[in-house]
Design a protein around this ligand. Structure first.
Ligand code: COA
Length: 416
């Protein structure tokens, strides 16, 4: 069965995580993604955090599946010639080099547009064009700090904290993929390519939208009623860190379950949602709280929120996180166990849905990766192994019309 993006050829000039996450997604959906890597070295993640000597690291294999690898030194005249040919035949070029690197390589937007007016050039940078920090090189946690995530994550008596989720990296890649698909759609109508850019700061900020909401509410009111600081704590003039409070005005917290003393993840997330209050009271054996005006609205509960959570923890003390969720789900109460990565890796439902996939690999034997989080009724995403460095160099060159002799020359000149 043909895949939706079949026929779309992508020059993948990406490295580390933000760019590769984007192009991997497009490869899953059928695009021919040619990863261009420096001969001899390749993407730095091939060797970062290896667990088997000389084998590609999981950091690489988990972000580069379904791609082809072409080694090419784009700073040599021969390498530039190959890249020019590739640009003429491709639809999209994706890059996340440091600021100005593509221009320094001799492939400015103007030059690429001249070579192929239909080409979409998609970029990830740390900060957007014209930003006073536009010259900075940026990694994940830098973006989380600059995008508002770190100042609003963690506990109020602790320092700014970054999330374990790749809000700066993979999240930016996902935004870029949306931009590329939009530009491809536009090109179907106009025939013209365009530049698409996402900054990591903007992509983080986009996920911190509710915190900008809170800043404006705080400016207007001087307090935020759904934060644990209300009504007893102090508010300054900036959005504070709210611990594990829910962001939508619905008080919630991470609560201890049976075994928390020895298991760092024996917890559930428990939301005291407005509409779920009555079933929560029934489940906890506290029916008198349902109509009690001291408890029956989120705001009324806020000044005794930690007493309520302590009561629920008492109820949870003899239940594992799984037993607790099994009881609470019968009452239609939003909650979930706090799952460790080990539990996620072994989760049968995630395996069955293709969200966790086992992939064979010539050097690693096999490895687990995260499959497509997007599910389609008419597309099965088949996660294939990531390519070895330069695995498809000759194949790609042949496809560009190079003879075997010319290919041999390119190898000798170390251009590929
Ligand atoms: N052939 C020849 N040269 C190549 C090449 C190839 N195939 N591929 C890359 N290069 C060169 C680049 O042209 C650049 O050269 P120059 O700086 O002399 O012009 C050089 O390699 C280094 O590129 P750069 O991207 O700046 O790498 P870095 O290791 O110094 O920085 C980042 C890494 C991630 C910090 C930086 O790329 C960056 O800020 N990217 C944008 C934001 C981003 O995506 N961050 C990472 C999120 S996971």
């Amino acid at each position: 069965m043909s895949k939706p993006l079949e026929g779309i050829k992508i020059i993948d000039f990406t490295h580390v995580q933000a760019g590769p996450a984007c192009t991997q997604l497009l490869a899953w959906f059928g695009a021919d993604v040619i990863k261009v890597e420096r001969p001899g070295a390749g993407d730095v993640t091939r060797s970062q955090l290896r667990h088997i000597d000389e084998a590609d690291a999981l950091y690489f294999t988990m972000l580069n599946s379904n791609k082809r690898s072409l080694t090419l030194d784009t700073k040599t005249p021969q390498g530039k010639e190959v890249l020019e040919k590739l640009i003429k035949e491709s639809d999209v070029l994706v890059e996340n080099f440091g600021p100005g690197a593509l221009d320094r390589m001799g492939f400015s937007w103007a030059r690429i547009n001249e070579l192929n007016p239909g080409m979409i050039v998609a970029s990830v940078k740390g900060f957007s064009e014209g930003h006073h920090y536009e010259d900075l090189k940026v990694y994940e946690n830098v973006a989380q700090c600059a995008g508002g995530a770190a100042s609003t994550t963690g506990f109020w008596d602790g320092p700014p904290t970054v999330s374990g989720a790749a809000l700066g990296d993979s999240n930016t890649g996902m935004h870029l993929a949306i931009g590329i698909l939009t530009a491809l759609h536009a090109r179907n109508k106009t025939g013209k390519g365009q530049k698409v850019a996402v900054s990591m700061q903007d992509a983080v900020l986009n996920l911190c939208r509710v915190k900008l909401r809170d800043q404006q509410r705080l400016d207007a009111l001087g307090y935020l009623e759904e934060y644990p600081q209300y009504p007893h704590g102090e508010f300054s003039d900036v959005v504070p860190r709210g611990g594990n409070a829910g962001g939508g005005g619905q008080p919630g917290w991470v609560l201890k379950c049976k075994g928390w003393e020895t298991d760092p993840n024996a917890y559930i997330y428990f939301t005291i949602q407005g509409h779920a209050w009555a079933p929560i009271c029934k489940a906890l054996g506290k029916p008198e709280w349902i109509e009690d005006p001291a408890y029956n609205t989120p705001r009324a509960r806020q000044d005794k929120i930690f007493e309520i959570f302590a009561f629920i923890e008492g109820w949870l003390a003899d239940k594992t996180k799984y037993e607790a969720v099994d009881i609470l789900r019968k009452f239609d109460i939003p909650c979930a166990p706090v799952l460790s990565m080990k539990e996620i890796a072994e989760d049968k439902s995630l395996r069955a849905s293709g969200s966790i996939v086992e992939v064979p690999h010539p050097q690693l034997g096999k490895y687990l990766t995260v499959g497509s989080p997007i599910k389609f009724s008419d597309l099965t995403v088949d996660v294939k192994p990531s390519p070895l460095l330069g695995e498809h160099t000759d194949e790609v060159l042949r496809g560009l019309g190079y003879s075997e002799q010319q290919i041999e020359m390119l190898h000798q000149e170390r251009a590929v």
